[in-house]
Design a protein around this ligand. Structure first.
Ligand SMILES: [Zn+2]
Length: 388
């Protein structure tokens, strides 16, 4: 069991972490400096992977032997925006009420970061044979973009972990699969004309509507795939998420832009979806458009891709997480995490962390102190495992 001071220490650390407003569009450097100083105070050296402008940084640190691949304790430092008008109290001042700790990021996912940091003195006390890595990223909430430069350095400037435990809020359930959002932006360029002279124009909105119709067909086909009951809903989804186009009621619109997203599942060939839409555009839309307006075009651009996550059946880290959490079964979630990116880079991953995803991204976000305690016990058992 963790020592009696560990829970108060985790709560204190969480209140410090919450006080840094690390909304994704802001800098996380003050938080990272705080963590760096805290780790230095325990004799642990941090390696930073900053953005080119230095506004943000990931942090990687190792406790234990440097020449052995370790277990990464992975989390993101950024949080989603908090509108103070809809919060009962200041989102960036942690408030305790009974068994709950309120504040932006308490559940997603500074609670996990605080638990990991609170355990550092204990990790240092242990004679770890397998090291533990602290792996903190940024910009997870805006497409899991911040962890990528750090992952790119694994195996060169940073050691490649044996596995990572991504502490997103699962209520300490062991999650071995999640969907991954892939997003595209489509721009249709037609030709403007007075709407009374429609035959001289190429209506970009009408072309976009045909493309969206094709996407609707693909959506129905995805929904008819053999269901994977681990997920809710049990099939990949496709949604058109934004549309803009047209400037006046008497002008044939020259431009229409729309965005669509596929919530992919392990094994789905999302590139085939893009290829199909591209082929449809080339065969069914562009010839007619360009006959009248040679400049007409359809550009389909992938804007973000978070790979879905599906752990290997025989994964060591899944078995380890189940043992540490005292559970028999894994689950799947529909939200995305950094786990798929680690997995894609050859680092086996599992998702398991304190707090309830239902609290994440909400006003008056909170985490139960009992969840902090369960996470600390989990990390303490991890230290036991890493010692032997
Ligand atoms: Zn998160």
């Amino acid at each position: 069991m963790p020592s009696a001071e560990t829970t108060p220490s985790a709560i204190e650390l969480l209140s410090r972490l919450v006080a840094f407003d690390t909304t994704s569009h802001k800098s996380n450097r003050a938080l990272v400096s705080f963590v760096e100083d805290y780790l230095a105070g325990h004799g642990v050296t941090s390696h930073l992977v900053p953005t080119p402008d230095g506004e943000k940084a990931s942090l990687f640190a190792t406790i234990g032997p440097a020449d052995v691949p370790g277990i990464g304790l992975s989390g993101h430092t950024d949080v989603v925006p908090a509108d103070p008008a809809v919060w009962t109290s200041d989102p960036f001042t942690m408030r305790r009420d009974g068994g709950r700790l309120y504040g932006r990021g308490t559940a997603d996912m500074k609670g996990y970061l605080a638990c990991v940091l609170a355990m550092v003195p204990e990790f240092k006390r242990r004679k770890l044979k397998v090291p533990l890595h602290i792996v903190f990223s940024y910009d997870e909430e805006v497409g899991c973009t911040g962890v990528r430069p750090m992952i790119a350095e694994l195996g060169s400037r940073l050691p490649t972990p044996r596995a990572v435990i991504v502490g997103e809020p699962t209520s300490m359930a062991v999650v071995d699969a999640h969907k991954g959002p892939v997003r595209w932006q489509v721009e249709v360029t037609g030709r403007a004309a007075h709407s009374s002279m429609a035959h001289l124009g190429v209506n970009a909105i009408s072309v976009a509507a045909r493309l969206i119709g094709e996407l609707g067909q693909i959506e129905r086909e995805l929904a008819a795939l053999p269901p994977d009951p681990r997920f809710t809903p049990p099939y990949p989804t496709l949604q058109v998420t934004e549309v803009t186009g047209g400037i006046a009621s008497n002008i044939v619109p020259a431009i229409c832009r729309f965005g669509f997203e596929v919530r992919s599942m392990p094994g789905l060939d999302v590139d085939a979806i893009e290829q199909r839409l591209t082929a449809f555009a080339k065969a069914q839309c562009l010839p007619d458009m360009q006959r009248l307006a040679p400049e007409a075009d359809i550009v389909i651009r992938q804007s973000n891709r978070v790979p879905p996550f599906g752990a290997d059946r025989m994964s060591e880290v899944i078995a380890l997480a189940l043992k540490l959490a005292g559970q028999n079964d894994t689950g799947a979630v529909s939200y995305a995490t950094e786990a798929g990116l680690f997995q894609a880079a050859g680092v086996p991953a599992v998702v398991c962390g304190p707090g309830d995803i239902a609290q994440a991204h909400t006003a008056d976000e909170w985490i139960a102190i009992s969840e902090i305690e369960r996470c600390l016990a989990f990390l303490d058992s991890l230290a036991d495992w890493a010692e032997t």
